[in-house]
Design a binder for this molecule. Structure first.
Ligand code: UD1
Length: 361
């Protein structure tokens, strides 16, 4: 069986690492995986470092499509991915998540009548202003195999009338979190390098368009980081888009009391997450990693695709107002943080199940 995997952004590299490892370790000779990197994330610390550290096979194709409007980027990807598919004629195209790379991979394949498998299917924020929401809905609609991370994702698809080829396999990010949990602690020196004590610092991230493109939201978020930094060390691995916009808005001085780093390699990031007293984020992946590692989390968004983390009492959804964010942080000291109910993200075997299902389709 020949599979073309189309990826292009940081969280996709991390998810694909889990599935690619099983292809290589357990199915080599039976399944040939060809990796296509669209080029959406291209900085070495947003891309190459993940291929090296997570042992992802080098892409056979790098399409070098980056920047531009959503339409330009998706259109150029569609054209270039189609050429690759015509050359390779795979049995499956495998796509992850909800980026423009996901949408382009899925559309190029379905128009050539090549079956599409979507990992992280069925997630919804119900906010059509998010480009990711559009990408998710369209990708799910044209996919033949829909690998959902949770029951909630399965029911989201049911509501839209999508029931064929739908599987709850658990979350590939949970596979990754388990696999690298101790490896990261053993390998990373990030706590020493940043002079941090376990449990004593707060880890923060902010990169989403809804927060960074909006000047006043970004200001309120940075104000809350600054306020927390009066009491605790606050570490901010800064995403390139946030860095650019913070400079443009003249907000760089608001980060003076924070420990600001370049985007971190994955081992450093999950070592930092595991050692943090609390996490404040707008990242999908970081919210869940906080949950997996039992670190209380505050999410600076108006909605989340990962509602289970909130329902189970581990994550607070607070939007982007200074008072609300800071109050949520103060409330953490008193909150009851035991995971209540059934663990929602599977058993850490999502990657294995995905490949078995593709093989037996
Ligand atoms: C979300 C989207 C994703 C999209 C991305 C765009 C959802 C559910 N997912 O992902 O499809 O591609 O936005 O940016 O909406 N990390 C590091 N180093 C760092 C910071 C983070 O290794 O310095 C790791 C985290 O541990 C985590 C992953 O990167 O595993 C998170 O990536 P992030 O860029 O925050 O994207 P998401 O919000 O998860």
């Amino acid at each position: 069986m020949k599979i073309v995997t189309v990826i292009g952004a940081r969280p996709q590299f991390i998810k694909a690492a889990a599935v690619s490892r099983i292809f290589r370790d357990q199915y080599s000779g039976d399944i040939d995986e060809i990796i296509v990197h669209t080029g959406q994330h291209f900085d070495s610390n947003m891309s190459e470092v993940f291929f090296n550290e997570l042992d992802i096979p080098q892409p056979k194709y790098n399409l070098e499509v980056c920047g531009g409007t959503h339409g330009t980027m998706t259109g150029r990807m569609l054209e270039t991915v189609e050429k690759v598919l015509l050359d390779e004629l795979p049995d499956w195209v495998l796509v992850y998540g909800d980026t423009n790379s996901t949408l382009a991979g899925a559309l190029a394949a379905v128009k050539l009548c090549i079956p599409v498998a979507h990992v992280e299917a069925g997630l919804r924020s119900f906010n059509m202003a998010m480009p990711e929401e559009i990408n998710r809905i369209v990708t799910d609609r044209v996919s033949n195999m829909l690998f959902c991370p949770t029951e909630l994702a399965v029911s989201n698809l049911q509501v839209e009338g999508v029931t064929k080829g739908v599987w709850n396999v658990g979350d590939v990010m949970y596979d990754v979190a388990l696999f690298y949990k101790d490896r990261a602690i053993n390998k990373s020196n990030v706590l020493q390098t940043c002079n941090l004590q376990k449990g004593e610092y707060v880890l923060v991230t902010c990169h989403r368009a809804e927060n960074t493109d909006n000047k006043s939201r970004l200001k309120e978020i940075l104000m809350s980081f600054g306020e927390i930094a009066k009491e605790r060390q606050v570490v901010l691995p800064l995403h390139p888009r946030a860095k650019k916009l913070i400079a443009e808005y003249g907000y760089a001085g608001m980060m003076d009391n924070l420990i600001v780093t370049e985007p971190l390699a994955f081992m450093d990031m999950i070592a930092l997450e595991q050692g943090a007293g609390a996490i404040l984020t707008d990242s999908g992946g970081v919210q869940k990693e906080a949950f997996f590692y039992g670190v209380p989390c505050i999410t600076m968004r108006d909605e989340t695709e990962w509602g289970e983390t909130v329902d189970l009492g581990w994550n607070q959804l607070v939007g982007a107002k200074f008072e609300t964010i800071y109050q949520a942080y103060l409330d953490l000291e008193h909150s009851d943080r035991r995971i209540k109910g059934v663990y929602p993200y599977g058993k850490g075997t999502a990657s294995q199940q995905i490949i078995q299902k593709l093989e037996t389709y």
